[in-house]
Design a protein around this ligand. Structure first.
Ligand SMILES: Cc1cc2nc3c(=O)[nH]c(=O)nc-3n(C[C@H](O)[C@H](O)[C@H](O)COP(=O)(O)O)c2cc1C
Length: 201
């Protein structure tokens, strides 16, 4: 279990770019990243980006490596149905996991401990091992089920960092908005960063 090893899951909420940028920054900073993408995550990723990821997890890892270019950290991809992966086990899984973006479906299933796929199981493991689970939900408007699920997860220690970029840093382009949200995730991980200009009164 290495200190600089993290799990990043991309689910089928809008905002795949947040997940991609987060993975890129972690890898370039020297973290090893285990990536899990849900089937809906792939679908939305195709809708929202020019990235086309096809084939098994080795081919997908290859596609992502090409997309990110040279990085210090190692990238590994896991199929979301690979429940026998080491990410499923409290004895060998990393202690930090970020679901970015996080769909309301995955959030609901994590909040109920469903563990029906590798994303949900890995999140369940991080919670039971008292690691850091960071969820980046994206939905609007929110219904009471969404709000209650977020409250439940927050109460048991998960970080809820909604994909809600601020504007006080005067963003000039879309990348600035993405970096604001990713910067907030890095803050929660305790990683020093200059992803966004901090408020100076
Ligand atoms: C283009 C597109 C955008 C979507 N955006 C959202 C979203 O922002 N938030 C959300 O909770 N679900 C969104 N969904 C629905 C989820 O993809 C759907 O609920 C899916 O079952 C989630 O599966 P997953 O949690 O396993 O990834 C979107 C679906 C599509 C096709």
């Amino acid at each position: 279990m290495q200190q600089n090893s993290r799990i990043v899951a991309i689910t089928g909420a809008s905002g795949a770019v947040y997940g991609l940028r987060l993975i890129e920054v972690l890898l370039k900073g020297g973290d090893d990243v285990s990536i899990i993408i849900s089937p809906s995550g792939f679908l939305v990723l195709e809708q929202e980006t020019d990235l086309r990821l096809k084939g098994n997890s080795v081919a997908i890892a290859k596609g992502l490596k090409k997309y990110f270019g040279r990085t210090k950290g190692l990238l590994t991809c896991y199929p979301s149905d690979d429940i026998s992966s080491h990410l499923s086990s409290g004895s060998s899984s990393p202690r930090d996991m970020i679901v970015c973006p996080c769909s309301m479906g995955t959030l609901a299933r994590i909040s109920c401990g469903i563990s029906g796929n590798l994303i949900e199981r890995a999140a369940d493991v991080v919670l039971k091992e008292k690691g850091r689970l960071i969820l980046v939900p994206r939905e609007t408007p929110l219904n009471q089920i969404h709000l209650e699920n977020m409250l439940k997860l927050s109460r048991i220690g998960a970080h809820i960092i909604p994909a809600m970029p601020g504007f006080y840093h005067k963003p000039k382009k879309m990348e600035d908005l993405v970096d604001f949200v990713v910067g907030k995730v890095l803050d929660a991980l305790g990683i020093e960063n200059k992803m966004y200009k901090r408020w100076e009164p």
